[in-house]
Design a binder for this molecule. Structure first.
Ligand code: NAP
Length: 312
């Protein structure tokens, strides 16, 4: 099969198309014929080496969507030919085939395309974990999705709106703000405008770029407010007094820390929303597998309008 691999850490140019052996599913695993593969910012951090060592050569990709081609010993809940997406890849998803844990492979509602399904796992599980697991947001609370036009942001807007929260999202472009209003935000702000958070207050802030926004976030929190740090690309100085005066909490999160049984529960909750249409991944741009390097450049560009997806 064909797979994108890098043989050394570096820029997008280290990604190359290689011919490799087909993987074989072991006990409790499934082999997925990948039709689409989500591109996430974390793929670029792994490629550049900032996420620590990986066995080289390495195939990136955490978000496959496709059709089950073979099942390993003991797999009874899934069948060959089934349309699925996976949350527990054992081999990278930027490939024609990948292995996944059967317990973390989930059927796809018929209404979703493979391209959309490649935008479920990391974005929606992160949104759910941040909004519900970490911030314990309740219906009626005011939520700021700080960076709402990308994969995680759109997922968070849809989820928060469907759960009865008051949702404000931010995006840098007019198209981005239109998109997030369509996808669940009651209000949209421009995070490039001076003073855009003045006179705003929130119970919960889901933060996509904490190194830029955390200090300002704290001043926009209500008493007992919570900020969940989802994304961060550097350091920042904050005034801890802003947390004292509000009894506020700064909560970190990493999807990789969610235990497998809890992850399965998150995907059960997501399935309900995907099935009834309240959760609908938005595909911003698609690239063929051979253009994985261009896709990884695109995922780090500003002006987000949904997910970047590889079509296999
Ligand atoms: P994405 O699709 O690239 O979207 C990035 C979002 O951040 C866009 O909405 C973008 O808006 C916005 N943004 C850019 N500059 C901003 C600013 N100054 N203030 C607020 N928002 C700003 O990325 P994603 O997949 O949604 O992921 C978002 C972040 O979370 C990334 O850093 C990613 O690495 C991280 N993440 C973490 C976890 C975890 O487990 N903790 C899981 C998934 C993702 P514009 O393009 O309009 O500027």
């Amino acid at each position: 099969m064909q797979a994108i691999r890098f043989h050394q850490f570096g820029g997008p140019e280290v990604l190359q198309l290689d011919t490799v052996d087909d993987p074989m599913p072991g006990p409790g695993e499934v082999l997925i014929a990948v039709k689409a593969s989500g591109v996430n910012p974390v793929d670029t951090y792994i490629r550049s080496g900032t996420y620590g060592p990986r066995p080289l050569p390495f195939t990136p990709g955490l978000d496959p969507a496709g059709v089950i081609e073979a099942v390993g010993e003991g797999v009874t809940a899934l069948f060959v030919g089934q349309r699925v997406y996976a949350a527990g890849v054992k081999t990278g998803a930027y490939a024609e085939k990948c292995l996944a844990e059967a317990a973390l492979t989930f059927p796809l509602p018929n209404s979703l395309s493979f391209e959309q399904a490649a935008g479920i796992n990391v974005p929606y599980a992160t949104a759910y974990r941040a909004l519900i697991g970490r911030a314990q947001t309740r219906a009626g609370e005011r939520v700021l999705v700080h960076g709402a036009s990308g994969g995680v942001g759109i997922a968070t807007c849809q989820l928060a709106r469907s759960l009865g929260m008051q949702v404000t999202g931010t995006a840098s472009t007019a198209e981005g703000r239109e998109l997030i209003l369509r996808e669940g935000a009651h209000t949209a702000l421009d995070h490039t405008q001076e003073g855009y958070l003045e006179n705003q207050s929130f119970d919960v802030i889901l933060e996509m770029l904490a190194n830029v926004n955390l200090a300002r976030d704290l001043t926009a929190l209500n008493r007992f407010g919570r900020v969940v740090v989802i994304g961060n690309r550097g350091s920042i100085e904050i005034n801890p007094r802003e947390t004292m005066s509000r009894d506020a909490a700064i909560l970190g999160m990493t999807l990789f820390n969610v235990p497998p049984d809890e992850l399965a529960g998150i995907h059960a909750a997501l399935y309900a929303g995907l099935e009834n249409g309240t959760l609908r991944p938005v595909v911003g741009s698609t690239f063929p597998l051979t253009e994985a390097a261009a896709a990884q450049v695109a995922v780090m560009q500003p002006g987000k309008l949904g997910k970047v997806v590889l079509v296999v």
